[in-house]
Design a protein around this ligand. Structure first.
Ligand SMILES: Cc1cc2nc3c(=O)[nH]c(=O)nc-3n(C[C@H](O)[C@H](O)[C@H](O)COP(=O)(O)O)c2cc1C
Length: 359
């Protein structure tokens, strides 16, 4: 098993990559209470710099955008100073940093935010799911429907967050349009029941995502912006309809986004390869594809099939700071410790051993 196609260089926007792996975004809940990433986050990311492109865990662009406790923010001077340390650590190891901009929308709870407010969403419909809070798992409440003026304000928050990421020394941002969070909530007909310009038709449900992407690209340059999508991913109570509905929604959306010339399209893919092929044909730049739970033998499959240029890895990178070296050397991997994934300190975060001192 040589995974040959992983070892080819690639230019992604302004970034030169020496291989085709990357770190997929993973929430680890280890920022300070105010959302500032501290030294520990910098160490964790710095340890993984050989992954080349590091896409960070979701970072909220505003207090309203926070979904879970101790996730990082990217909107205050303190956040920028914290992320500066992360950028420096990643650059010192030869990597590039893309901060994922994640607005959780209705997947939030007042107990998890600094202002304790009701979450916001396209429509006042609860996701009906439980999420972790300081006092145990709680059902998410019915969110407040964003007005058209509120939507403009959220787009401005994304703009500000993108500028803040660049001010912190990041190489770019990834807009989180996947996995059931705010942007995805606008796309999905069961979470978006609006009757204005942001709801109803495929075009209207796509509008918010396109406006966010356009604003962020205008702010920092399209070649520093990626976007993540997950067509038909049933997370956070979303149901996007049958295959034909999903294809219509995402072909329109990806077609419109393609015109922005972003640095990349990142798909958390759930299996419609015909749709994937049509994205590949429509998209002018890099395509990143993650499928949940690939084995190491499967990591080059989407590149070999012509679907993808880059194969980001999630949990393998979480548990193996030197996952690139281990794949090259065909060495065994550390096991992931499920107990230390979300929250806590160094344990299960910065103390996974590298090959030289693995047992
Ligand atoms: C602990 C954990 C946290 C995650 N957090 C995020 C996140 O913040 N943003 C996101 O887009 N995806 C998130 N994901 C999804 C991963 O980016 C990735 O798509 C998924 O883990 C599948 O890849 P894997 O099988 O290589 O782990 C998370 C996954 C895990 C395991």
């Amino acid at each position: 098993m040589t995974l040959t196609s992983l070892w080819q260089p690639f230019s992604l926007g302004r970034v030169e990559l020496s291989h085709r792996l990357a770190m997929a975004p993973m929430t680890r809940n280890r920022a300070n209470a105010d959302g500032t990433p501290g030294e520990l986050v910098a160490r964790y990311c710095g340890q993984r710099a050989t992954l080349g492109l590091l896409i960070t865990e979701g970072a909220q662009p505003s207090a309203d955008g926070q979904g879970y406790a101790n996730t990082p923010g990217i909107y205050t001077p303190e956040h920028i100073a914290g992320w500066r340390k992360v950028s420096d650590a990643v650059h010192a190891g030869g990597g590039a940093l893309f901060i994922q901009l994640m607005h959780a929308g209705r997947i939030s709870h007042p107990d998890n935010t600094p202002h304790g407010r009701q979450p916001v969403a396209p429509s006042a419909i609860s996701a009906g799911v439980d999420i972790a809070t300081a006092s145990g798992r709680q059902q998410v409440p019915v969110p407040r429907e964003l007005s058209v003026q509120d939507i403009a304000a959220v787009i401005a928050e994304f703009r500000h967050a993108a500028a803040s990421a660049i001010a912190a020394g990041a190489d770019g941002v990834e807009i989180h349009g996947a996995n059931g969070y705010l942007l995805h909530q606008f796309l999905s007909p069961n979470s978006n029941r609006r009757s204005d310009a942001y709801g109803g038709s495929v075009e209207n449900r796509s509008r918010f995502v396109i406006e966010v992407a356009r604003a962020v690209a205008e702010e920092i340059g399209a070649d520093r912006v990626g976007i993540r999508l997950s067509p038909s991913m049933p997370l956070g109570g979303l149901e996007e309809g049958d295959v034909a509905d999903v294809r219509a929604q995402y072909r329109h959306l990806v077609g419109e986004l393609a015109g922005l010339n972003l640095a990349y399209l990142h798909l958390h893919h759930v299996g419609d390869d015909e749709l994937l092929q049509s994205f590949r044909e429509a998209w002018p730049t890099a395509v990143l594809v993650v499928r949940y739970g690939r084995t190491r033998e499967q990591l080059a499959a989407d590149i070999d099939a012509g679907f993808a240029d880059i194969a980001p890895v999630g949990r393998l990178a979480l548990a193996n700071p030197d996952v690139v070296e281990r794949l090259r050397a065909e060495a065994p991997m550390n096991e992931l410790d499920p107990a230390t994934i979300y929250g806590g300190g160094e344990s299960g975060y910065t103390d996974y051993p590298v090959l030289a001192n693995a047992n």
